[in-house]
Design a protein around this ligand. Structure first.
Ligand code: NI
Length: 159
């Protein structure tokens, strides 16, 4: 488990680089990320959030762990506004417009190409995490940013 970088850390505003080697370093990174995400009870985490400027994202909305390496959104439709929070910005939430359905192409940890489609919370979580790879935070897109005092009201996506 590695500490999650918090707002103000410049690494959160940098663009992450593509992964070129599917090796033990990547597997170790994915393990560290999963440890940090589950420890913080998040539904997603991007590598820059633990200080690694690589295009790697993990997501678990309660349906199993998804791993996305070098992800790209290849289709998007609709728009929903939903509540989001972020493990790098504890204590605040906001209402963020996102595409309601998306399809992503990404590599898995073995370097196999995969296509993932999602809607609702999964689509939202994926878009939130992919933003992190470009140094974008949910507050850049959010309306009505507000303190989050209730543990039960962490937002739909805490990643
Ligand atoms: Ni986040």
């Amino acid at each position: 488990m590695t500490n999650i970088r918090l707002y103000g850390d410049p690494v959160l505003r940098q663009r992450a680089q593509p992964v070129t080697k599917f090796n033990s370093n990547l597997r170790q990174l994915l393990q560290d990320m999963a440890g940090s995400m589950y420890n913080a009870s998040g539904v997603g985490l991007a590598a820059p959030q633990i200080g690694e400027l690589l295009r790697v994202v993990i997501i678990d909305i309660g349906e199993g762990l998804l791993t996305m390496v070098n992800p790209e959104i290849i289709a998007a439709e609709g728009e929903d506004i939903g509540v989001e929070g972020c493990l790098s910005l504890p204590g605040i939430i906001g209402d963020v417009p996102r595409s309601s359905k998306i399809t992503v192409r990404a590599f898995d940890k073995e370097g196999r190409i995969q296509q993932i489609s999602g809607e609702g919370l999964l689509a939202r979580a994926i878009q939130h995490e992919l933003d992190h790879l470009d140094g974008i935070l949910f507050i850049d897109r959010a309306q009505n940013i507000r303190p989050c005092t209730n543990e039960q009201d962490n937002g739909e996506d805490e990643g």
